[in-house]
Structures are given as C-alpha cells and as structure tokens.
Design a protein around this ligand. Structure first.
Ligand SMILES: *[C@@H]1O[C@H](CO)[C@@H](O)[C@H](O)[C@H]1NC(C)=O
Ligand SMILES: *[C@@H]1O[C@H](CO)[C@@H](O)[C@H](O)[C@H]1NC(C)=O
Ligand SMILES: *[C@@H]1O[C@H](CO)[C@@H](O)[C@H](O)[C@H]1NC(C)=O
Ligand SMILES: *[C@@H]1O[C@H](CO)[C@@H](O)[C@H](O)[C@H]1NC(C)=O
Ligand SMILES: *[C@@H]1O[C@H](CO)[C@@H](O)[C@H](O)[C@H]1NC(C)=O
Ligand SMILES: *[C@@H]1O[C@H](CO)[C@@H](O)[C@H](O)[C@H]1NC(C)=O
Ligand SMILES: *[C@@H]1O[C@H](CO)[C@@H](O)[C@H](O)[C@H]1NC(C)=O
Length: 491
C-alpha cells in the first residue's frame, strides 16, 4: 500500500495547480468587480480619476451612474433640455459643474439639493427663464454662477438669498428688464456682477446696497436713462464701473460720490449732455475716464479737478466747441487726452487752452494719434490744434465801446443802462452796484445785448453802477451814477 512517491507529488502538484487557478480566477474576478464599482466611466464620457468629461456627445440627459467621487463634471455642448430632481443626487463631492450650450429650459427646484460642495456652476447658452432652482440648500458653497445667454427677464427678491458665498454672478445677454430692489442685498461677498446686454432701463436707489465687496460692475448695453445720486454709495471697493452704451443724458453730483477706489469708468456711447461740475470730484483713484460718443457741449473749469490720478480722458465724438484754458492744470498724471471729432471753434480762447496745455506737454503729444481739429471758423477748419499759433488770431483784451451813462430816474420808472464791449475772445460782461455783483431776477434783468433793465425803479436802486467786461487777456470797467428821485418816502 505504499504509493510511489511521485504519485503523491503529482497529486499534490495537481491540487496546488487547481488551487492556484481558482485563486487566480478569484483574484481576477475580484479585480474586475473592483473596477466595476469604483472606476466605471459613463457611456460616451471620458474619465480621468475625478474628472469626467462628457462634452459634445449629443447627450439628451444626464448620464446615469456617474461615479460618486466626481469632482469636475463637464456636460457642455449637448442636447439636455431639463434637469430633474435626483439627477445629481449622489454627487455631493462635485466642485465644478459645466452645463453650458445645452437646451435647458426647465430645472426642477430640488435638482441641486445635494450639491453641497459645488463652487462653480456654469449654465450659459441655455434657455433658462426661471431661477427658482437657486433657492436650494445645496448651493451654500457656490462661488461662481454663470447664466449668460439665457432668457431670464426678471430678477425677483430672494432668488439669490441663499448664495451667501457667491463671488461672481454673470447674467450677460439675457432679457432682464425688471430687477427688484433688494435682489442683490444678501450677496455681501460678491466681487463681480455682470449685467451687460440686457434691457434694464431703471436703476433703483437701493439696488446695490450691501455689495461692499464688489470690485467690478458691468451695466453696459442696457437702456438706462439716469443714475440716481447715491445709488453706488455702498460700493466702496468698486474699481471698475461700466455704463457705456446706455441712454444716460446727464450726470448729477453725488452719482459717484463714494467711489474712492474706482479706477476705470466707462460712460461712452450715451446721450450725456449735461455734467454737473462736481460729479467726478471724489474719484481720487480714477485713472481711465471714457466719455466719448456723447453730446457734451460744455466743459466746466472745475469739472476734472478732483481727478488727481487721471491718466486717460476720452472726450472724442462730442459737441464741445470751446475748452476753458487751465482746465487740466491740476491733472498732473494725464498722459492721454482724446479730443478728436468735436466742433471746436478756434479762437483766442482755444489758443489759450492750447498754450496752458503746452506748459505740461510742450509737444502736445498728450493728444496721441488723435489730432483734434478746428471746425470753425471756416477758414481754419481742419487745422490741427497742435499747429495753432498767435499769428492765427488777433487776440485783444476787452474794449468797451458803449459805456453806461449817468442817469436820474423817478421811482416807479424804468432804468436802462447799456454796455458793449469787443475783444477776442469775446468779453464776458457783468454788472455791479456799489461794488457788489448784482443779483438778477424778475426785478433786475440783463438781456443778451448786455443792457441792464430795472422795469420799476425803487428808491434803493440809486448808486454807483459798474459794467465789467473781461476776457482772459484783461478786464475793463466803467462806472455810472444813478440817482433816484421821487416823492418823499413814507416808510
Ligand atoms: C442626498 O444625500 C443624502 C446623504 O448624503 C442621501 O441620503 C439622499 O438620498 C440624497 N438625496 C437624494 C435626492 O438622492
Ligand atoms: C435660505 O436661507 C434661509 C436662512 O438661512 C433659510 O431659512 C432657508 O430655509 C433657506 N432656503 C432654502 C431653500 O434653503
Ligand atoms: C437677506 O437680507 C435680508 C435683509 O437684509 C435679511 O432680512 C435676511 O435675513 C437675509 N437672508 C439671508 C439668508 O441671509
Ligand atoms: C461712503 O463711504 C464711507 C467711507 O468708506 C462709508 O463710511 C459710508 O458708509 C459710505 N456711505 C454709504 C452710503 O455707504
Ligand atoms: C466726497 O466724500 C466725502 C467723504 O468721503 C463726503 O463727505 C462728500 O460728501 C463726498 N463728496 C461728494 C460730492 O459727494
Ligand atoms: C475714444 O472714444 C471713441 C468714442 O467712444 C472711440 O471710438 C475711440 O476708440 C476711443 N479712443 C481711445 C483711444 O480710447
Ligand atoms: C437790449 O435788449 C432789450 C430787450 O430785448 C431792449 O429792450 C433794449 O432796448 C436793448 N438795448 C439796446 C441798447 O440795444
């Protein structure tokens, strides 16, 4: 009963071979089942660990069985039309979700409920009109929300209320017409708000209240007609404000009062006619001011006074005829002054402006490549401001050619005093009585022809009248005594 040794060995070897096959099989099976559970990539998607890319695959729904460890999910350029509750239920680790360029017009309200790690959500180029899905517990970490190129027409109070971490909100090219006043109030961390290319026509005074961290606000290409003074008062961090291509027709003092950090201000392509002189006074950080393509016709000597950091000022394509000499004397950082395409009247006043500018820019290179040209007088049209010299004009100080005459009038009668002066630039005429400038009104009037008229003289109107004619080259004045006679006064 002794078995040969080799038989035993053979049997043992057979056993061990079978075990090994079994073990190998087991191992292979467990390996394959392991891949099945943790690393399966959804159909039509490319997966690289936690990054899943399913862009441009004509998908019409969210793929099933997306690995729960997914951190970044790309689903752009597909045909997805609605997002249903539960579609992302297991994706609580997801940080970034890109769904741009789909056909999404409906998003179930609870759809994002479990996306508690989501930081960046891009839904641009879809057909979204309703934003109720944002009021979700899930989006508490959302940092960047992009909704450009959708069909959103109004922003109701509360829609952004729970997005307390939001830093960037972009709503470019929607159909937004109505914005409820408090809709942005809770976005205390917002740094960038883009609302360009919508149909916003009215800005409410309280609209931007609370956006204390806002750095960039873009409202360009809308239908905004006016800027209520105070509306930007909370935006003390703002560095870029874009308001170009709207319908704004005037700028009132206080509109930009609190924007001491503002660096760039775009106001071109509006209908701005009047600018109150102090409106830019507090913009002590402003470097770039764009006012081109408006209807500005008058520049005030003090208008740019506070802009101590101003580098570039674009005033091209406006209705400016003349410019007060010395207007840029305090703009010590100015390196570009763009003035082309204005109907500039070249006279001694403009020459004085040019000469004042030459003190800081001897070669007038501040005009850059955009040479401002004379428009009037006809014989000077198309002449460059750079080439103007004293020989082009006959600049003269005022000369008074009609002087007021000494008069005696009766109480109740009309008093007329004439004064006429010539000079280039044309002199400005003012009136004084007993060395105090006259307050004009119903009782005391001065007409276009500079004649002073008091229709019904009172006893106190008697005194020394003075007509003062002045231009930048000098000033002349003439006195005339007016006596008022009348019935003895009885109180
Ligand atoms: C959200 O996640 C929780 C646990 O994290 C889970 O119990 C729940 O089913 C998920 N919600 C949905 C709608 O699947
Ligand atoms: C939004 O936040 C408020 C206050 O934290 C909370 O009461 C409310 O339930 C939240 N809404 C949703 C939809 O999560
Ligand atoms: C949003 O702001 C309003 C008013 O400022 C406040 O009453 C409300 O509690 C805030 N909501 C949240 C969720 O912080
Ligand atoms: C204007 O700015 C000052 C200084 O930063 C700040 O104290 C004040 O509250 C701001 N005004 C408004 C209306 O926010
Ligand atoms: C400029 O700012 C100061 C304080 O920061 C403020 O008192 C003043 O009212 C502002 N000026 C204008 C024109 O609003
Ligand atoms: C100045 O403004 C005009 C009109 O808005 C614009 O066409 C031009 O490009 C601007 N020039 C510069 C140098 O910014
Ligand atoms: C100046 O104009 C007023 C009102 O039009 C007229 O009454 C007055 O006679 C004129 N004076 C002179 C000197 O032309």
């Amino acid at each position: 009963m002794t078995r040969p040794m080799y038989q035993d060995a053979a049997a043992a070897a057979a056993v061990s071979r079978r075990t090994m096959v079994l073990l190998l099989l087991l191992f292979t099976f467990s390996l394959s089942s392991f891949t099945l559970v943790t690393a399966e990539c959804p159909d039509k998607c490319r997966c690289d660990e936690a990054y899943i890319n399913c862009n441009f695959e004509e998908l019409d729904r969210i793929p099933e069985r997306i690995p729960p460890d997914t951190k970044v999910l790309r689903l752009s350029g597909n045909l997805i039309s609605n997002l249903k509750n539960g579609a992302f239920a297991s994706l609580s680790k997801i940080h970034k979700l890109f769904l741009s360029g789909n056909e999404i017009d409906n998003i179930d309200t609870g759809c994002f409920n479990n996306l508690t790690s989501l930081e960046n959500l891009n839904l641009d180029h879809n057909k979204i009109h309703n934003l109720d899905f944002l009021q979700s517990k899930g989006l508490a970490r959302l940092n960047i929300l992009t909704l450009d190129y959708n069909e959103i027409s109004n922003l109701k109070n509360g829609v952004f209320e729970n997005l307390s971490k939001l830093q960037s909100l972009s709503l470019v090219k929607n159909k937004i017409e109505n914005i409820e006043s408090g809709v942005f109030n809770n976005l205390t961390r917002l740094e960038s708000l883009s609302l360009e290319q919508n149909q916003i026509h009215k800005l409410d005074l309280e609209m931007f209240k609370g956006l204390i961290k806002l750095d960039t606000l873009d409202l360009s290409h809308n239908l905004i007609r006016s800027i209520p003074p105070g509306i930007f008062d909370s935006l003390t961090s703002l560095s870029l404000l874009t308001l170009n291509d709207n319908e704004i027709n005037n700028l009132k003092n206080g509109a930009f009062a609190n924007l001491s950090k503002l660096w760039r201000l775009f106001l071109s392509g509006n209908k701005i006619e009047d600018i109150e002189s102090g409106v830019f006074n507090n913009l002590t950080s402003l470097k770039y001011l764009f006012l081109g393509s408006n209807k500005i016709h008058k520049l005030d000597l003090e208008m740019f006074k506070g802009l101590i950091k101003l580098d570039t000022l674009n005033l091209s394509h406006n209705m400016i005829r003349n410019i007060p000499p010395g207007i840029f004397d305090s703009s010590v950082s100015l390196s570009r002054l763009i003035l082309d395409h204005n109907p500039l009247t070249c006279d001694c006043n403009i020459l004085l402006f040019v000469n004042a500018l030459k003190k800081n820019y001897p070669k007038l290179d501040v005009f850059g490549d955009h040479d401002p040209l004379c428009y009037l007088p006809v014989e000077m049209s198309e002449k460059s401001l750079k080439k103007l010299t004293e020989n082009d004009f006959h600049c003269t100080p005022p000369d008074v050619i009609v002087v007021p005459e000494k008069k005696t009038v009766l109480v109740g009668e009309e008093l007329q005093l004439s004064c006429k002066a010539v000079g280039d630039p044309e002199p400005l005429i003012t009136w004084a009585k007993d060395d105090i400038y006259l307050e004009l009104g119903q009782r005391v009037q001065v007409f276009q022809n500079n004649t002073l008229i008091i229709p019904k003289v009172e006893r106190t109107d008697g005194g020394q009248y003075k007509c003062v004619a002045s231009n930048y080259l000098g000033r002349k004045s003439f006195d005339a005594m007016v006596n008022v006679n009348g019935l003895a006064e009885n109180g």
